[in-house]
Design a protein around this ligand. Structure first.
Ligand code: FAD
Ligand code: NAI
Length: 464
């Protein structure tokens, strides 16, 4: 029986990154993964396959909407769904194999199977119990269920995000339950592929937690793209008959009941931590009332030597947050200092245009009683965004009214998910809006809009 310094449970972005960093720091490491491939939710059924379908469907949208405007004529492109799914699977396969290679390179043992924790220092996989000085739980999350709605990904009618990544055919109509990140990304995919998509959302606005102005503009843009929204509506049930579905919902304002028929229904009402089968209750590892593993400032659970990271612990359910925690906890276990700056974790929605944010929203800053100034710049004043047919959005920079320190940024526009990082770096360095405004930005780039928003925090933007 091998003795390890560290056994990581789960090979998603939290777990595999933790294993690699720990091995780089000289620890003897194993990682347990029950799936047939490494990479977790993110690589197998999350970030990567969804972005492949977003890219392919965006290309199709460009040929239909914008090619002719640019003088590219006769581009009548048809969709071969099986081929598109093949491209998606190849993208996933290349990346999961890449992690296998990194495990070999860093001499990390992949223990194949489902793990349970017998005691601190003992991890059981199949019939074998492995000894280890430390354990990191990186077991991730799963789609949460909705009362009255039965998901059957195999049948391909009422599906969760995993089923929506491989529907048997492109449906003519789709109801998306939940206007969060998954619902809007995958809803966009099917709308661009020709489905009539209706998004039913419990709240009176989309993308809860985002900046209010971004929420409104984003909904306008998606509506222009053909998505329909029913807001303030609680879904109470979904029935299926003859290969189609009927979604029943109640409008919260007057309790009236309505139904929508659709060929497919995507249930995207959030995710919950996945810790089943680990044996945490017998070990005395404490969990929150929402089922997340409780941790201290060093990612240690209530049991010494057992740590937890990623979607299994409280905080945003994002791959890069899991990765950062994976690296940090590896450093802690190796006797160094691990650090995650939770106030600078960007969030991105990969629709077209993209939506990206970091730090405080205007609403959150005001609620916290902070005096702020807001610099806003519309992409209408940005030549590059106009050439890309993506000038509907804006950059909104939030800075402290007295010190000018950057507190947050919210972008809806082309490549917002790339642009947000200059603000992340600025925030990490404690920069002021003026620091961004004084930084030369290449022309013509969409990033110039970030500088203009910073200028708007001071003397005023040039092109607005
Ligand atoms: P996971 O990636 O869930 O990995 C956990 C792994 O642990 C799994 O492979 C599981 O099989 C394994 N495991 C669990 N229990 C055991 C056990 N007992 N024994 C052995 N193995 C076990 N985030 C982003 O930042 N950007 C995106 O664009 C993005 N897109 C997404 C799109 C979709 C459709 C979905 C569903 C999610 C998306 N996410 C995105 C969220 C992202 O996937 C998660 O935040 C991220 O995967 C969490 O990483 P993790 O390592 O904590 O867990
Ligand atoms: P979410 O929490 O983002 O959105 C769920 C939505 O469903 C909410 O708006 C909620 O109000 C609504 N809802 C809940 N119950 C409802 C009901 N009965 N009827 C109608 N609406 C209802 O969850 P989502 O989209 O499922 O995503 C899960 C997680 O995955 C998120 O935390 C996100 O961070 C992560 N993710 C991240 C991505 C990214 O970074 N680009 C992409 C996809 C997922």
């Amino acid at each position: 029986m091998s003795t390890y310094d560290l056994i990581v449970i789960g090979a998603g972005p939290g777990g595999y990154v933790c294993a690699i960093r720990a091995a780089q720091l000289g620890l003897k490491v194993a990682c347990v993964e029950g799936r047939e491939t490494l990479g977790g939710t993110c690589l197998n059924v999350g970030c990567i396959p969804s972005k492949a379908l977003l890219h392919a469907s965006h290309m199709l949208h460009e040929t239909h909407e914008n090619f002719e405007k640019m003088g590219l004529m006769g581009a009548h492109v048809e969709v071969d769904w099986a081929k598109m799914l093949g491209y998606k699977s190849e993208t996933v396969g290349g990346n999961t194999k890449g992690i296998e290679f990194l495990f070999k390179k860093n001499k990390i043992d992949w223990l194949k199977g489902w793990a349970s924790i017998e005691a601190a220092g003992k991890v059981k996989v199949g019939e074998t119990v492995y000894e280890t000085k430390n354990i990191v739980i990186a077991s991730g999350s799963e789609p949460s269920t909705l009362k009255g709605v039965e998901v059957d990904n195999k049948a391909g009618i009422v599906v969760d995000s995993t089923g929506a990544l491989e529907l048997p055919k492109i449906p003519k109509s789709m109801v998306v339950i939940g206007a969060g990140v998954i619902g809007l990304e995958l809803g966009s995919v099917y709308a661009r592929l020709g489905a009539d998509v209706t998004v039913v959302e419990f709240l009176d606005f989309i993308t809860p937690g985002m900046d209010g102005e971004v929420q409104k503009q984003f909904q306008k843009i998606l509506t222009k793209q053909g998505l329909k929204f029913v807001l303030g509506a609680a879904v109470s049930g979904v029935s299926t008959e003859n290969g189609a579905a009927k979604v029943t919902y109640k409008l919260r304002k007057d309790d009236s009941e309505h139904t929508i028929d659709a060929e497919a229904v995507l249930v995207a009402t959030g995710r919950r931590p996945y810790i089943a089968g680990l044996g945490l209750d017998t070990l005395g590892v404490e969990v929150t009332d929402r089922g997340f593993v409780k941790i201290d400032d060093h990612w240690q659970t209530s049991v010494k030597g057992i740590y937890a990271i990623g979607d299994a612990v409280p905080g945003p359910m994002l791959a890069h947050k899991a990765e950062d925690e994976g690296m940090a906890v590896a450093e802690v276990i190796a006797g160094k200092h691990g650090h995650v700056n939770y106030s600078v974790i960007p969030g991105v929605i990969y629709t077209t245009p993209e939506v990206a944010s970091v730090g405080l929203t205007e609403e959150a800053a005001k609620e916290a009683g902070r005096k702020i100034k807001v610099g806003k710049f519309p992409f209408m004043g940005n030549a590059r965004a106009k050439a890309l047919f993506q000038a509907d959005g804006f950059v909104k920079l939030i800075a402290d009214a007295e010190t000018d320190r950057v507190l947050g940024c919210h972008i809806i526009g082309p490549n917002a998910g790339e642009m947000i990082h200059e603000v992340c770096v600025a925030m990490e360095f404690g920069a002021s809006a003026q620091d961004i405004a004084l930084t030369c930005h290449a022309h013509p780039t969409c990033s110039e809009a970030v500088r203009e928003a910073a200028l708007a925090c001071g003397g005023g933007a040039i092109h607005a």
